[in-house]
Design a protein around this ligand. Structure first.
Ligand SMILES: NC(=O)c1ccc[n+]([C@@H]2O[C@H](COP(=O)([O-])OP(=O)(O)OC[C@H]3O[C@@H](n4cnc5c(N)ncnc54)[C@H](O)[C@@H]3O)[C@@H](O)[C@H]2O)c1
Length: 531
């Protein structure tokens, strides 16, 4: 009881301070210019060590056990070699309870119909279904089932897709499914070898991927794949199980399918800019999506509301750090052919008024690779500041502009030296194809030609790297890859059993305020967690 009261008080004070208020709730001038920061900004040090159960759910001994494979550089290798695939499959078949008889090759090139089901009929889901249907030049493909937790989202998506692809959208009312178990009913309407599109917020990825593997379905699923250690480990096992069944799995990290970035990657591997020493990613603009939230309006249920506002909650999305920044982090690591081994970061809640989400509004994270080189990721969601949205790789001989604008916008280019002057330019890309279309053409080609194709492991690794940077900023600690992936704090336990009446995974205090990150105070979990 006492512990609860103390925790609540500290969170309350920290939140007020984070919102630019003093601890008593009076609005102060932003920052500390009016001396608003109260003397109790830091808790009495003697209090905290007596209540470790509230804040420390990571088992330190487990953290020190390193899974060496996690830091193995993962160059883009698509498709994997047949020999390597068989080796991986054999290991996974023995290891995984989900493994079973490999799905026979069911879609001969260009001839047979591929059916798809869409689970998560929002903005990206509708876009992904559109990209899927646009591969019809590679062979017949139809959308035959849809699932969502909100009827209006499903209807809106269906209407758009039916309007654009009348003959390829065949989803009568009895194949439109609503609810938390709707994904199962939609997948039940596919045959082995068909494709399910998973585009809900990430919390449901492992739940739906598990069922897809059981049903022998190929999968396209959106990034990020995970936000915490336990689900990352789970998804890696599921990835092995999918490979063991010869399922094809695409992950929505579309930079990897940008033909311009593919050429840049080759040029960098061939030594055009020398050894990569430093990389920079920037995504800085005003607030976007559901990143910042006011208090729950009490309708719909808190769970459904948090799902609608998924960028606001770490359990649903990994926060906007993971949701927005994974693309730059992923493609820069690809250019380096390695994942970083650790991260340290900073960030803060500068201008948050009465918002109750879990995000900072600015982040700056330094990732370190095994060879000591760095990747800096800067992100900001504040109006009125400089807007930058691009990425760069600095080598010992030259510079590459990786994404000129947005997540992977062309042209990419390379330069002698470190200044991107036209006079120093070595190469600029000319390809203008759409990476979102390319990722579908690559997946469908693999399915129709039965070539090994599974991006899930790489998608998990990109998600883990992104999350360890976020966690370093949220805790104020250096976080290693192994610490993150072996951590025990699961953000949405029981996501496979959610119903409309389930409590939300993140609970507010009596004032409707959610736990937020508290760097330097809450050091081993990203936000205060009750034991
Ligand atoms: N690759 C990219 O460039 C890109 C771009 C945008 C979004 N995304 C990713 O796509 C995912 C969805 O993003 P969005 O912008 O489409 O969000 P959205 O809110 O528009 O769509 C998500 C949909 O999923 C539904 N949903 C939520 N939980 C569900 C469940 N358990 N079962 C069935 N349906 C459920 C929601 O009701 C909603 O209709 C996110 O992971 C996001 O990061 C990727």
């Amino acid at each position: 009881m006492l512990r609860g009261i103390l925790l609540q008080e500290l969170c309350f004070r920290a939140r007020r301070i984070g919102n630019g208020q003093n601890a008593d709730g009076r609005r102060g001038v932003r920052g500390s210019r009016d001396g608003a920061f109260p003397p109790l900004y830091l808790p009495p040090p003697r209090i905290w060590p007596t209540f470790p159960g509230y804040f420390f759910r990571i088992d330190r001994q487990r953290l020190s056990r390193r899974n060496a494979a996690m830091n193995t550089p993962t160059p883009q290798r698509r498709p994997h070699s047949r020999r390597e695939f068989l080796k991986t499959s054999g290991t996974a078949i023995a290891a995984s309870a989900l493994a079973g008889v490999a799905i026979p090759h069911v879609h001969a090139a260009g001839s047979s119909l591929i059916q798809t089901a869409l689970v998560g009929c929002g903005g990206r889901g509708t876009g992904a279904a559109r990209d899927a249907l646009q591969t019809s030049k590679l062979g017949p493909i139809k959308l035959v089932a849809m699932a969502d937790v909100f009827e209006n989202r499903l209807k809106g998506s269906h209407d758009v897709l039916k309007g654009q692809f009348a003959s390829q959208v065949d989803v009568p009312d009895d194949r439109k499914h609503i609810g938390f178990d709707a994904y199962q009913r939609a997948m039940d309407q596919l045959k082995p070898g068909d494709i399910v599109i998973l585009t809900t917020p990430l919390a449901f990825r492992w739940v739906q991927f598990t069922y897809a593997i059981q049903k022998g379905l190929n999968v396209f699923m959106e990034k990020p794949l995970t936000a915490d250690g336990p689900t990352s480990r789970r998804m890696l096992k599921l990835s092995d199980a999918a490979s063991a069944k010869n399922l094809k799995v695409g992950v929505g990290l579309m930079s990897r399918h940008s033909r311009a970035l593919q050429e840049l990657h080759k040029r960098i591997q061939d030594g055009e800019i020398g050894d990569i020493i430093n990389m920079r990613g920037y995504r800085m603009h005003g607030p976007l999506g559901s990143a910042f939230s006011d208090k729950w309006p009490r309708n719909p249920t808190e769970l459904l509301w948090q799902i609608q506002r998924f960028h606001s909650f770490l359990w649903a999305s990994g926060g906007f750090y993971s949701d927005f920044y994974i693309h730059h982090i992923d493609h820069l690591c690809w250019m380096k052919n390695a994942w970083p081994v650790k991260a340290q970061g900073i960030g803060g809640r500068h201008y948050r008024d009465n918002k109750v989400d879990q995000n900072f509004d600015s982040y700056s994270v330094e990732y370190t690779f095994a060879d000591g080189s760095k990747l800096y990721m800067d992100g900001r969601c504040i109006v009125g500041c400089n807007s930058i949205y691009s990425s760069y790789a600095h080598g010992s001989k030259g510079l590459a502009i990786v994404s000129k604008a947005n997540d992977c916008g062309t042209p990419s280019s390379t330069y002698k030296g470190q200044n991107p002057d036209r006079a120093n330019q070595i190469w600029t890309s000319t390809d203008t194809s759409n990476p979102y279309a390319n990722e579908w053409e690559d997946l469908i080609t693999a399915i129709r030609n039965d070539t090994p194709y599974n991006e899930a492991k790489r998608g998990v690794e990109a998600s883990v790297v992104t999350s360890m940077g976020r966690m370093s900023a949220h805790t104020g600690q250096e976080i290693t890859y192994d610490e993150f992936i072996n951590s025990e704090h699961e953000y949405a336990p029981g996501a496979d059993k959610f119903t409309n009446d389930s409590p939300a995974p993140l609970q507010a205090d009596k004032d409707g305020i959610y736990p937020i990150p508290m760097p330097g105070i809450c050091k081993k979990t990203e936000f205060p967690v009750k034991a």
